[in-house]
Design a binder for this molecule. Structure first.
Ligand code: PMP
Length: 281
């Protein structure tokens, strides 16, 4: 596997960073995960725009412009045979003597790798997944796609420990998102998801699903979603770059709706697959 590190493409086994990298010491960095279908990055412009927003939020200078990022990402894709890939990239504040305050004139560390893209199997799409609710105990900048993911890691493990594939996070009685996904609630034929805020990541998949729903005339709302709506939903979905759109069919061990992926999910899932094909050159 070939990766990219600070200006060079090299085998991943040969890539190393100094232990004083602030990504290692503090989780002081941001990242992106970009799905690649048929060798074509999916909504690359949206991922690079979010990367630029994350970098600006944490005051790391963007090391490349959009054209340079695109060229590096396409080169990395070219180093791998898989038609479907998952590009992971991260930028950290670089290597410096340990001190919380920003170092001066330290170049960022830029790392990228590609893994085969594993999207949910047809069986999983047909069955849906189990999820559990958890208290969202993260910080107030969840809009930043930060590599400081300890809270998300613990929340996901909580879900796994309770037989779930995802934790559905609730803060002060309202839905925020999943530990690594955005969440949609369907009630009475209306799809609702929380409005963008600093309490959640604006998922690229979320935005794509929103566009698809609106274009198809599916009633769609971005607004505060109360915990009671989550617990009484006809359908629940999760969405992310690698899991695409998946139905959540049990929540805290109780069936969501009829306990199987619902009609709105099937419709949206088909539209999402059509949209993927339309995005190919
Ligand atoms: N929320 C969180 C906390 C995430 O980690 C992710 C996936 N990285 C998402 C939402 C979904 O974002 P995207 O659709 O861009 O993958």
């Amino acid at each position: 596997m070939t990766c990219y590190l600070n200006g060079r493409f090299l085998p991943i086994e040969e890539a190393s960073i100094p232990v004083l990298d602030r990504g290692f010491i503090y989780g002081d960095g941001v990242y992106e995960v970009i799905p690649v279908y048929d060798r074509e990055p999916f909504h690359l412009d949206r991922h690079l725009a979010r990367l630029a927003r994350s970098l600006a939020s944490v005051r790391i200078a963007n090391p490349y412009d959009v054209a340079a990022w695109e060229s590096l990402i396409r080169t990395l894709i070219g180093h791998h045979d898989d038609a479907g890939q998952s590009i992971y990239l991260q930028v950290t504040r670089g290597v410096a003597k340990r001190d919380h305050a920003f170092p001066k004139d330290t170049p960022p560390t830029v790392f990228m790798m590609s893994n085969p893209l594993v999207t949910p199997s047809p069986a999983l799409v047909a069955s849906g997944v189990a999820a559990v609710t958890a208290t969202d105990n993260r910080w107030f900048r969840c809009d930043v796609k930060s590599t400081s993911l300890l809270a998300n890691v613990l929340l996901r493990q909580f879900a796994v420990d309770h037989g779930g594939a995802e934790a559905v996070l609730l803060r002060d009685g309202f839905l925020t998102e999943g530990s690594s996904s955005n969440i949609f609630v369907v009630r009475d034929g209306i799809v609702a998801t929380p409005s963008r805020s600093h309490l959640m990541l604006t998922g690229v998949t979320l935005d794509v699903v929103a566009d698809i729903a609106v274009d198809a005339g599916i009633p769609f709302e971005m607004r505060d979603v109360h915990e009671s709506e989550v617990r009484s939903a006809d359908e629940l979905w999760l969405a992310s770059s690698t899991r695409e759109v998946l139905a959540i069919t049990t929540l805290d061990g109780r069936p969501v709706g009829n306990g199987v992926p619902g009609p709105m999910f099937h419709r949206l899932y088909r539209l999402f697959q059509d949209h993927k094909r339309k995005c190919l050159p």
